[in-house]
Design a protein around this ligand. Structure first.
Ligand code: IMP
Length: 415
């Protein structure tokens, strides 16, 4: 299950729904930059690291190898869940995932500061610097904590360069002992939950178990196919799911693309259908569009079919899940972007960033349904205009709509 727009499509809710029938749920990339909002019988939760499958006590819940993990933060999240009556006994953490360490968080903030007006608008959770270190072969894998002496040496060694940079940028140097102590304490709390997850995945595959792979963010923030450099440092596409979990790609049989019925984005970068002023405020307030991780007001805009069509070309969705359709209930006519106009020509293909920056949205005006649909429990009972809106999504994106969200609760999902 992957995001087909800029992130924040409502994947938390869809995963929570699908996880009810899953035997295993695995998150395959990203770190605590994620903010999955889940509303269920236990309350409202904002999860940053733990897969939304944690609410199914029968599902094994894995933080996959492709993730980057700040261990003390993970311990806090697990303790928060436990304190609210959610068992976390089935959570496992890949010992090959990379550690996000305090210098990654500091460098994320400093990098944004140094970029000045060209900042990316990151979540400041150290995700980019952790992946940079991983790729540069300076990362520390979680399994490294198992050998305390070696781990302390690795931390001290990395800090030689990292502290030089921090001090040059006017920051206090970090103390290797303090950093290592905090990670080791968290690791000891996690105990056997830290494990080689490949045998678990292999066993699940052999048993023909239902395995749900949970992506963070969306195609537009994909490192390779998104609006570089305003992207995250991993691959939220379905292709990233194979590498990030250890499941061979040909075994992935179903790819659900999640799209919000309109568009939102947190952070910088091109967003052709973006609204401003009163119209934006209205939609933002209705949809409660504030970043789950940073609390930043999300940028909001009309549905932009070019983005999820781009995502479909890269993911081959077997179906689409449309979320928050109920938020569009008050409009008589709803602008719906089917193409971009770039240098006087219309295109439905997503070009690279430098060209999207010049794109103007080409709108159709679709009839609204001007009523509240949040109580509807059967898709057949949706107003004709809402059905027409969904049909237009199917036609422009190119995949069938299999699920429709008309409210935040798990039950407000029409099949
Ligand atoms: P980073 O992943 O924190 O490095 O941020 C890179 C870009 O992705 C920025 O534009 C962030 O606002 C955006 N981003 C990261 N995580 C999320 C998320 O969970 N939802 C929405 N946007 C996100």
């Amino acid at each position: 299950m992957v995001g087909a727009q800029w992130g924040d499509e409502g994947k938390g809710k869809i995963t929570d729904y699908l996880a009810q029938q899953a035997d295993v749920v695995i998150r395959f990339q990203g770190g605590s930059n994620a903010g999955h909002t889940v509303v269920n019988d236990k309350g409202t939760f904002k999860l940053h690291l733990v897969p939304s499958g944690v609410f199914n006590p029968d599902a094994l819940c894995i933080l996959g190898t492709g993730m980057v993990i700040e261990l003390p933060f993970l311990v806090e999240e697990l303790e928060m869940l436990e304190s609210r009556g959610v068992s976390t006994a089935n959570v496992r953490v890949s010992d090959r995932a990379h550690l996000t360490l305090p210098w990654h968080i500091a460098l994320d903030r400093l990098d944004e500061r140094e970029r000045g007006r060209q900042k990316l608008g990151t979540t400041g959770r150290g995700v980019g610097p952790t992946y940079s270190d991983k790729v540069a072969r300076h990362g520390i894998q979680i399994s490294d904590v198992r050998d305390e002496k070696r781990f302390r040496e690795r931390v001290a060694h990395e800090l030689i360069t990292k502290n030089t940079i921090l001090e040059k940028l006017g920051e206090e140097p970090l103390d290797a002992r303090v950093v290592a102590d905090s990670v080791l304490a968290a690791a000891s709390k996690l105990g056997d939950r830290i494990t080689d997850t490949l045998p678990l995945v292999e066993r699940a595959v052999a048993k023909d178990a239902r395995i749900l792979l949970e992506g963070q963010l969306g195609a537009m923030r994909d490192l390779d196919w998104g609006i570089y450099p305003y992207v995250t440092s991993s691959n939220p596409l379905a292709g990233g799911a194979a590498v990030g979990t250890g499941i061979p790609p040909r075994l992935i049989t179903r790819v659900i693309g999640v799209v919000k019925a309109y568009s939102t984005a947190v952070g910088e970068g091109p967003f052709p259908t973006e609204l401003h002023g009163k119209e934006a405020e209205d939609l933002r307030e209705r949809g409660q569009e504030y970043g789950a991780t940073t609390g930043r007001p999300r940028r909001v805009g009309w549905f932009d079919a070019v983005a999820p069509r781009h995502a479909h070309r890269l993911n081959a969705f077997t179906e689409i899940a449309v979320t928050k359709l109920d938020m569009l209930g008050r409009y008589e006519r709803i602008p719906f972007c089917t193409a971009y106009e770039i240098d006087g020509k219309l295109t439905t293909d997503m070009p690279p960033t430098a060209i999207v920056e010049r794109a103007k949205p080409h709108y159709e005006q679709l009839p609204g349904w001007s009523r509240d649909i949040s109580g509807i429990t059967d898709r057949a009972l949706l107003p004709n205009e809402a059905k027409g809106y969904l049909r237009r999504i199917e036609e422009t994106v190119g995949a069938p709509v299999g699920m429709v969200g008309v409210g935040p609760e798990r039950t407000a999902t029409l099949l």
